[in-house]
Design a protein. Structure first.
Length: 471
């Protein structure tokens, strides 16, 4: 069986969040399980592209409305990722340094999808399944069914994975002319609430749909940023498959990004050494428990609560803990965190920006990871943290609910709370400090979380079962 993943991100080529991690890892594990898995993504101007060799495998041109764009499809030659990587290069649209956030994102990702389909139309052999990830690839299932040009691809099965339903890529009907000709009687398949909505179109048209955790699938029926009734209607072809983590990239025993490698046998010493370096770099006292947050500084992640959480916890527990935050996003939250440095002094620091190496160092050097998410489709951070012996403090939602149990419950190993509120998070932090004080319990839980198996093997098999069910 041959699977073609179509995605806007793929680690280490280009990553903004969890989507990149998933598309960088899942195909590798699918290959190991005996499936042929390939990835096609845009050719952004990234360091990866400059550092690796590519061969030209296809040249073409496409109309985007009234504008003509030339495009190339490149294949990475050394198979460095463990699967075939193809990149679509569209000068003037996709040759950007970043992934998202451009005023013409609609045109960029629509052109990307047209280029992928045009290329497949001329490919000698075709994949059995096209696996689309998020709204950036949401027109593909629709165009395969109703696009006049792509009728020969109609037998290819399609799967849509929803990594985050908050982002849907909708735009006005005035841009309908950008979409390649299709059976106009089917226009309704593109529509949701009076707009063209690629995520909704993919939910309607993909043969199967999945979310990245079972709990998130259930939650979407009630909270899906407007798509609730659609997901409820299409529930029959949808399921939740929990993401895994790439345990080769995220492994404290071999991670070259951290200062001192360690295993669960020497976790106490290993984490102490990493914490020391991290605290030195950020002017924090390494003797105190260290609480970290890593992620996008947006409301969905509960990042707006952080300044108050820090202020209140430091007031409730003077000189008893430190906070370190890594992230970027909402400018107001960034500003509030910068301001917090003034009142939190030597107990708090923040790095505004994206820094992959620092994220590894924080998972290794921290004692606790905070995730006060309002929405968390799966969440990878908590799984990375646990692999590095860092105890997650999470709101019981989405994938966090599926991966973290509370240490107060039988067999539990993390800290859970119910509401994305300052009071609930501060209470969870107080519990964490008590846990930290009971040395034996703390050290036992640390070892327990390191031993949990969150590798992709199981999830890769679930996806293979899903593909098999298409035929
Ligand atoms: P989402 O995809 O919603 O942002 P996930 O938990 O699924 O959240 O994945 C987040 C991924 O992005 C993790 O690998 C995390 O370590 C990484 N990450 C997020 N923000 C940063 C940052 N500022 N610097 C480095 N890595 C980050």
């Amino acid at each position: 069986m041959e699977i073609l993943h179509v995605s806007a991100e793929c680690y280490p080529v280009a990553k903004v969040g969890g989507l990149g991690d998933v598309v960088g890892a899942l195909p590798k594990y699918q290959q190991q399980a005996g499936t042929i898995a390939k990835v096609v993504m845009p050719a952004y101007q990234t360091r990866f592209r400059e550092a690796h060799s590519f061969e030209l495998v296809h040249q073409g041109g496409l109309w985007l409305g009234h504008a003509w764009f030339h495009f190339n499809v490149w294949k990475e030659v050394s198979n460095v990722l463990g699967f075939d990587l193809y990149q679509v290069d569209i000068p003037g649209l996709l040759d950007t340094p970043g992934v998202y956030g451009y005023p013409n994102d609609t045109e960029r990702f629509l052109a990307f999808q047209i280029a992928v389909l045009d290329w497949l139309n001329e490919w000698q052999h075709q994949p059995d399944v096209i696996h689309c990830h998020d709204h950036h690839t949401g027109f593909i299932p629709f165009l395969l069914l109703y696009g006049y040009k792509y009728s020969r691809l109609r037998d290819i099965g399609t799967v849509l994975t929803i990594h985050n339903a908050q982002y849907q890529g909708q735009f006005g009907w005035d841009k309908l002319y950008l979409i390649p000709s299709f059976d106009l009687w089917k226009s309704g398949m593109l529509d949701w609430n009076g707009a063209i909505n690629p995520l909704a179109a993919a939910v309607k048209c993909a043969w199967k749909v999945n979310t990245v955790s079972p709990s998130y699938m259930e939650e979407l029926i009630n909270h899906a940023n407007g798509l609730e009734s659609l997901l409820s209607t299409e529930r029959g072809k949808a399921m939740g498959i929990l993401n895994g983590i790439d345990d080769k990239v995220w492994n404290p025993a071999t991670d070259a990004m951290i200062s001192d490698m360690y295993t669960e046998k020497d976790v106490a010493a290993g984490k102490k050494a990493n914490k020391l370096k991290l605290c030195e770099a950020f002017g924090l006292n390494p003797e105190l428990p260290l609480f970290v947050f890593i992620g996008r500084l947006v409301g969905d992640k509960g990042a707006d609560l952080l300044p108050e959480i820090i202020g209140r916890s430091l007031h409730e527990h003077p000189n008893a803990l430190n906070f370190l935050i890594l992230g970027s996003g909402d400018p107001h939250v960034e500003w509030m965190l910068e301001q917090a440095k003034q009142y939190a002094g030597e107990h708090f620091n923040v790095y505004i920006g994206y820094n992959e190496t620092l994220s590894h160092q924080m998972y290794a050097g921290a004692d606790f990871l905070l995730m006060p998410s309002r929405v968390e489709p799966c969440g990878l951070n908590q799984m990375y943290a646990m692999r590095y012996g860092t105890i997650p403090i999470v709101r019981a939602t989405g994938g966090l609910r599926d991966t973290v149990t509370d240490f107060g419950d039988a067999g539990g190993f993390g800290i859970r709370f119910m509401q994305a509120s300052v009071a609930d998070v501060c209470h969870a932090i107080s519990r964490a400090l008590e846990l930290h004080d009971s040395k034996t319990k703390f050290s036992k839980i640390r070892k327990t979380v390191m031993q949990l198996d969150h590798s992709w093997d199981k999830a890769a098999q679930h996806y293979i079962d899903l593909y098999t069910s298409l035929k």
